[in-house]
Write a protein that binds this ligand. Structure first.
Ligand SMILES: [Zn+2]
Length: 373
């Protein structure tokens, strides 16, 4: 076909097909994907998981792009502790977790085994470092040098997490450890997107009190305003529920509730580099607990549509039912969002943040004389 004829036919096809497809999915993107996944674990606590080609089949025509990482914390199978029982989750053994750095090589080789078209759908992340180790930034730099052209970010890595933190072998991670500062400084310098898990509070904290890790977390974020940071799960967790304020006290004297804390961060100019992911079914349970909590969550996302990302936080899915469950759970939220907020939280913010990350990390690699294979 003549080049110009082809172009005009293509244009005509796009004009007739695109608005229909977009209207069907309620999505302004002509390719009709429902979401991008900012928080996805290909492998589990014992480094086993889903073959990436099976995951591509699961993503199908519904999930457009996804982050790609494992879990760096390996659950030890201690014979002394559980005998012949092989634990695959951190709650199934008293034996320690340890940092399994090989996960980064595994993720990189998995990514490299794909075709360029398949690669374009993934943003691999570096996780195999100990955030309490002053050498952690050197590990991250080494991973970029060994596998140029692969990684977009670091994370999900964990500082405070309910029963996980105390099980990690070695020194406990801390928000005030200079090792963490050097990690975030290197992320800012190289353009790596940061996905950090840090529970805002202790497990089963007393209601009506300020979450214990909130002030330290805000200080950390403010020390790294040149980094692009996503706070995973908005700081919530399995036994870390959104704080309610002391109901009887007047608003000027009581501690703020969770919504007020998040809103305070969203309106704080010194934290404009921070976004929040709403990943994990545990988080969906909190946000959708009642029609009133759903309404409040939707109001927050509608007011700050650029600052939230959907993620599944699914670990090593066996099938599409398991993978799409979290996205389906959020249906009442999607229905309560403006079309603009819905499109941004499901896809637009992912593409803006991770595309910028890709560009910046590739530029950093080039400045170091590294070229992608
Ligand atoms: Zn996760």
């Amino acid at each position: 076909m003549h080049e110009r004829t082809f172009a005009s036919v293509l244009l005509a096809v796009l004009l007739t097909v695109a608005p229909h497809a977009a209207a069907q999915s309620g999505d302004e993107h002509a390719n009709g994907y429902e979401f991008d996944d900012s928080h996805f674990h290909l492998t589990n606590y014992v480094q086993e998981g889903t073959d990436v080609r099976d995951f591509l089949r699961i993503m199908g025509t519904r999930a457009g792009r996804s982050t790609l990482f494992g879990i760096p914390l390996q659950q030890t199978w201690s014979y002394a502790n559980s005998g012949n029982y092989a634990p695959t989750y951190y709650l199934q053994s008293d034996a320690p977790l340890y940092y399994y750095s090989f996960t980064d090589a595994y993720i990189a080789m998995t990514y490299r085994s794909l075709t360029p078209e398949q690669r374009a759908r993934f943003d691999p992340m570096i996780t195999g470092f100990d955030p309490a180790d002053m050498y952690a930034a050197a590990h991250i730099r080494r991973v970029l040098r060994t596998f140029p052209g692969v990684f977009t970010g670091i994370g999900e890595f964990t500082i405070h997490k309910e029963f996980v933190s105390s099980k990690v072998a070695g020194e406990a991670a801390s928000l005030t450890n200079p090792a963490l500062d050097s990690i975030l400084s290197f992320a800012a310098q190289s353009g790596l997107v940061v996905l950090i898990h840090n529970d805002i509070d202790m497990p089963f904290a007393k209601q009506g009190t300020e979450p214990v890790y909130l002030a330290q977390m805000k200080d950390l974020l403010r020390r790294h305003r040149d980094a692009t940071i996503i706070w995973a799960h908005m700081g919530l967790g399995r036994v870390v529920s959104p704080v309610r304020s002391g109901a009887s006290a007047p608003a000027t004297e009581r501690n703020p509730n969770f919504g007020e804390i998040v809103e305070g961060m969203l309106t704080d100019p010194s934290l404009s580099h921070v976004s929040f992911d709403i990943s994990w079914d545990e988080v969906a349970k909190y946000l959708l607990a009642t029609p009133e909590t759903t309404r409040r969550a939707a109001a927050m996302l509608n007011r700050f549509p650029d600052r939230f990302l959907f993620g599944s936080d699914v670990v090593a899915p066996r099938d599409s039912a398991q993978y799409f469950a979290v996205f389906e759970m959020y249906k009442p939220l999607w229905a309560a969002l403006t079309p603009e907020a819905s499109a941004k939280v499901r896809r637009g913010n992912y593409e803006r943040i991770f595309d910028a990350g890709r560009r910046r990390v590739r530029a950093w690699e080039q400045s170091q004389g590294l070229t992608a294979k």
